[in-house]
Design a protein around this ligand. Structure first.
Ligand code: ATP
Length: 309
């Protein structure tokens, strides 16, 4: 649905986005995760056609951003980082105006505005001036604005930034709701945000993509942690016939107990191999104290990805 290939953006001598590629399929909820200044906003502005790439290509449903910018923009609802909601307008007037900008026909506008107001739970505030709203409500107006033309794709730049915990909760519910009908990309510098709403994460660091993975893949362990009373050479010999093991690494020594991490060729093999590994160790005369799949958190993956680049 969205295909980004070799994307580059420079500002003078500075390369803000450096050869980033990814494909996003219909219905995915993808989190662009990175520290401030990593390049998330720059990528989003290029996908939404508000900033020209210096190099590379972006296509949406086969349309090219350079040639078919307006057609692509009609498919996308965009919440920019600092959504320009007009403070002196009422919520409803602003949304009516935004619907015009989105090209919603006049006869359909009242219904579309009502629909967006209902989805974002803004009914109570509909006739209030935007400058009298809290940040959380103003953010909802920004999201309401992005939904008016019923886009197939939602691109939300830091949608929970500056919100209090209950507003964050509401915004997450809103994103999940919206994701039932649309492909969603959100940007955030908060790991928990991605864990809460996304089914895939793309980590951006200093303009480069350093990780692109499904959340369920990240959660699934690809290492088995084993505690035995044997030194490395004995463990290696005992496990030699289990070819699925790619690497044995000693992690720690505690008295006569040694903890090892067993790494596998395929992520799924860790669990399957566990009984065979237990038997092999016992047959070799080792005492087995503990065995468990390694629990990876997004935090550890994020740190790993950062460390390798
Ligand atoms: P944040 O969460 O702080 O918005 P971000 O990941 O969205 O961060 P970007 O706003 O995309 O990051 O910025 C990426 C890099 O490009 C930063 O180093 C930023 O300073 C730089 N940058 C962005 N816009 C410009 C510009 N107009 N001129 C020069 N440098 C820019």
């Amino acid at each position: 649905m969205i295909s980004v290939n070799g994307l580059i953006r420079t500002y003078g001598d500075f390369t803000a986005i450096d050869n980033v590629s990814f494909d996003i399929g219909q219905g995915e909820i993808v989190g662009l995760l990175g520290h401030n200044g990593a390049g998330k906003t720059t990528i989003m502005k290029m996908i939404t056609g508000f900033l020209e790439p210096t190099g590379g290509s972006i296509t949406v449903d086969g349309l090219d951003i350079n040639r078919d910018r307006e057609a692509i923009q009609r498919k996308i609802g965009y919440l920019p980082e600092n959504c320009p909601v007009y403070p002196e307008m009422t919520v409803i007037d602003y949304l009516d105006y935004a619907a015009t900008l989105h090209g919603v026909p006049e006869t359909e506008r009242p219904a579309r505005v009502r629909e967006a107001v209902a989805k974002t739970e803004l009914t109570e505030k509909a006739t209030q001036l935007i400058n009298t709203l809290s940040r959380g409500y103003r953010q909802r107006v920004g999201v309401a604005q992005s939904l008016l033309h019923r886009p197939d794709i939602l691109i939300l730049d830091e949608p929970t930034n500056g919100l209090d915990p209950s507003q964050v909760q509401h915004m997450r519910d809103l994103i999940r709701e919206a994701a039932q009908h649309a492909t969603v990309i959100i940007s955030t510098h908060i790991l928990q945000e991605v864990q809460a709403v996304c089914d895939r994460v793309i980590i951006i660091r200093a303009g480069e993509k350093v990780l692109d993975a499904r959340m369920d893949e990240l959660r699934s362990a690809h290492r088995l942690l084993v505690t035995v009373d044997a030194e490395p050479a004995r463990v290696d010999t005992a496990l030699k016939q289990i070819t699925a093991i790619r690497k044995v690494e000693q992690l720690s020594i505690d008295g006569h107990q040694r903890r090892y991490a067993l790494e596998f060729q395929e992520q799924t093999e860790a669990q399957q191999c566990a009984p065979g590994i237990a038997s092999a160790l016992l047959e070799a005369g080792c005492s087995l104290y503990a065995m468990q799949p390694e629990q990876r958190t997004l935090e550890s993956v994020f740190l790993e990805a950062a460390a390798h680049h």
